[in-house]
Ligand binder design. Structure first.
Ligand SMILES: [Zn+2]
Ligand SMILES: [Zn+2]
Length: 439
C-alpha cells in the first residue's frame, strides 16, 4: 500500500515562505492498494495537484473513490478543481457521512453554484456516483473500509482502510470527548484506563494499526482556548495511539497560524510524549509530498501478539475450509509462523474438533458443506468451552450482509478471498493480539 500526502493544512489554505516545508494546501491524502484500488481521502486544496498528477500519469479511464470525512470547506474546496472530474470516462465514487444538511451531491453542488463557481456539478463529464455512509464495515473498490464517527461540530467519519496486510486510519477532524484522559484510579497509558467511553472507543478504533493519520491542530497549551472547535492536541493523540499500540502516527491538519518552525517544535514535543510512555510509537508531522509504504506487521509483530505466541510457542489453530488446496497452503504458512494446525473439511467436522479439543484460534470459511461458518460460529459462541475463542472468517467479495452477521455473532475479524499468505498470518497475529488484550 502506498500513502501520499497532498494537503496537510487545516481550516484554510496557507501558502507562503513560512509554510514551505510542511505545506499550505488543505486536507488531501491519496491511498493506493496493491490491487490498484485508489482512494482520495478528503478533497481540500491538495486535491488540485493530485488531480493534475493523475490526469497526466494515471492509466485511463481513471477510476477512484473519494472518502470525505465531512463537508467543511477545508475538506471539499479542491473538489471543483480535481482534474479527473473533467475527463470523460473517469469513474468517481464519492462517499461521505450522511449529514444533517442534505445529500452529498446537494452539498457538493452547493459550493459549485453559479455565484461561486463557473461550472455546475451536473456539467462535469466524469461519471460520478454519490454514497452516504454511516458507521460500520464497508467494501469499497474491493477493499475493506471501516467507518466510525469522530467528535467534531459537523457529522464526521474516520476511516480505517485494511489491505495488503496493513491497516491505515485517517482521523480528521476530531477533538477529545473529555479533557481528562485517564481515570484517577487506574494506571495511565492503557486502553482500559481511558476515562471517557468515547475516547476509549476512538483509541480502540486504532488498535494495532500500522499507520494513523490524525488531526493535531493545536499544542496542549492552545487547546483550552479552542475547546469545542473540533480539533486535537498532540498530547491527546500520542497518548491514545501509544495505548492502542499503533506503529506510526502522522500528525496533520496543521493550524494555519503555525509556521514551519512551530510545527517542527510540535513534532519534537509529540515524540517526547511517546518516549515518556516508553512507547516504540513513531511520530511524524505530515508534510506535502510525504509518501509512506506501510509494510505488513509480520516482520515486527505487535507486543501483544508476541506475548500470545511466545507464551505457548505458537498457538493451536483449527482451520476449517472445504477447499483442500487452500487448506494446504494456509497450513504451511501458519505452521511456518509457529502454530500447530488442525484441519477440517466441513462445518460439522470443525464443530466436532472444536468440542473435542478447544483451539486457541479458529479460522472458518463462511460457505462450507454440512454446517456453514456462521452456523458453526453461533454454536461455538453458545458453548462455554469455546465461547471466547477468537474466530477469523474467510469470506468472498460482496458478502457484506454475511460479514455483518458474522460480527454480530462474535467473529473477531474476517479476511476476504483471494488473499495472500502474509495477509493471513498478519491477520491471525492481529486476532491473537486482540484476544490477548481482551483477556
Ligand atoms: Zn478541517
Ligand atoms: Zn471540520
Amino acid at each position: 500500500m502506498r500513502v501520499r500526502f497532498w494537503g496537510t493544512r487545516g481550516s484554510i489554505a496557507t501558502p507562503g515562505s513560512a509554510t514551505n516545508r510542511y505545506g499550505g494546501n488543505t486536507s488531501c491524502v491519496e491511498v493506493v492498494t496493491g490491487s490498484g484500488a485508489r482512494f482520495v481521502i478528503d478533497c481540500g486544496t491538495g486535491a488540485r495537484p493530485l488531480g493534475a498528477e493523475l490526469a497526466e500519469n494515471a492509466s485511463r479511464p481513471i477510476s477512484l473513490a473519494i472518502l470525505l470525512s465531512h463537508t467543511h470547506w477545508d475538506h471539499i474546496q479542491g473538489f471543483p478543481f480535481f482534474a479527473p472530474l473533467f475527463l470523460p470516462g473517469s469513474r468517481v465514487a464519492a462517499y461521505a457521512p450522511h449529514g444533517s444538511s442534505g445529500s452529498l451531491s446537494k452539498v457538493l453542488a452547493g459550493q459549485m453554484e453559479f455565484t461561486y463557481f463557473p461550472v455546475e456539478l451536473e456539467q462535469l463529464p466524469a461519471e460520478i456516483t454519490y454514497h452516504d455512509l454511516t458507521e460500520g464495515e464497508h467494501e469499497i473498490g474491493g477493499v475493506r473500509v471501516i467507518a466510525q464517527f469522530l467528535n467534531h461540530p459537523a457529522v464526521t467519519l474516520g476511516y480505517r482502510i485494511e489491505a495488503d496486510g496493513v491497516s491505515v486510519l485517517y482521523l480528521c477532524d476530531h477533538e477529545p470527548f473529555s479533557e481528562t484522559l485517564w481515570r484517577s484510579d487506574a494506571e495511565p497509558g492503557r486502553l482500559e484506563s481511558i476515562l471517557h467511553a468515547g475516547d476509549r472507543r476512538h483509541a480502540e478504533f486504532m488498535v494495532d494499526a500500522d499507520l494513523v493519520i490524525h488531526d493535531c491542530q493545536y499544542s496542549p497549551e492552545e487547546y483550552p482556548a479552542k475547546r469545542n472547535w473540533g480539533h486535537s492536541s498532540y498530547r491527546y493523540v500520542v497518548e491514545l495511539a501509544a495505548a492502542a499500540r499503533v506503529r506510526h502516527l502522522v500528525l496533520t491538519h496543521h493550524d494555519p497560524a503555525h509556521d514551519d518552525a512551530f510545527i517542527e517544535h510540535l513534532e519534537q514535543e509529540a515524540r517526547a510524549v511517546a518516549a515518556g510512555r516508553g512507547s516504540p510509537l513513531e511520530v511524524s508531522c505530515a508534510w506535502e509530498g510525504l509518501e509512506l509504504a506501510p509494510e505488513p506487521r509480520q516482520a515486527r509483530p505487535s507486543s501483544a501478539a508476541v506475548a500470545a505466541t511466545a507464551h505457548t510457542g505458537g498457538v493451536r489453530v483449527l482451520l476449517a475450509d472445504d477447499d483442500p488446496d487452500l487448506r494446504g497452503i494456509a497450513r504451511k504458512a501458519l505452521t511456518r509462523d509457529g502454530h500447530e494446525v488442525t484441519e477440517a473439511g466441513d462445518g460439522a467436522e470443525a464443530l466436532r474438533l472444536a468440542r473435542e479439543n478447544p483451539p486457541d484460534l479458529m479460522v472458518l470459511d463462511l460457505i462450507m458443506p454440512e454446517l456453514d461458518g456462521l452456523e458453526v460460529l453461533s454454536i461455538i459462541r453458545s458453548e462455554p468451552a469455546t465461547a471466547r475463542v477468537p474466530v477469523l472468517l474467510f469470506t468472498s467479495l460482496g458478502g457484506e450482509a454475511l460479514i455483518r452477521s458474522g460480527f454480530e455473532l462474535g467473529a473477531t475479524d474476517y479476511l476476504t478471498k483471494p488473499f495472500t499468505m502474509p495477509q493471513l498470518t498478519a491477520r491471525v497475529r492481529a486476532c491473537l493480539a486482540r484476544a490477548a488484550t481482551a483477556r
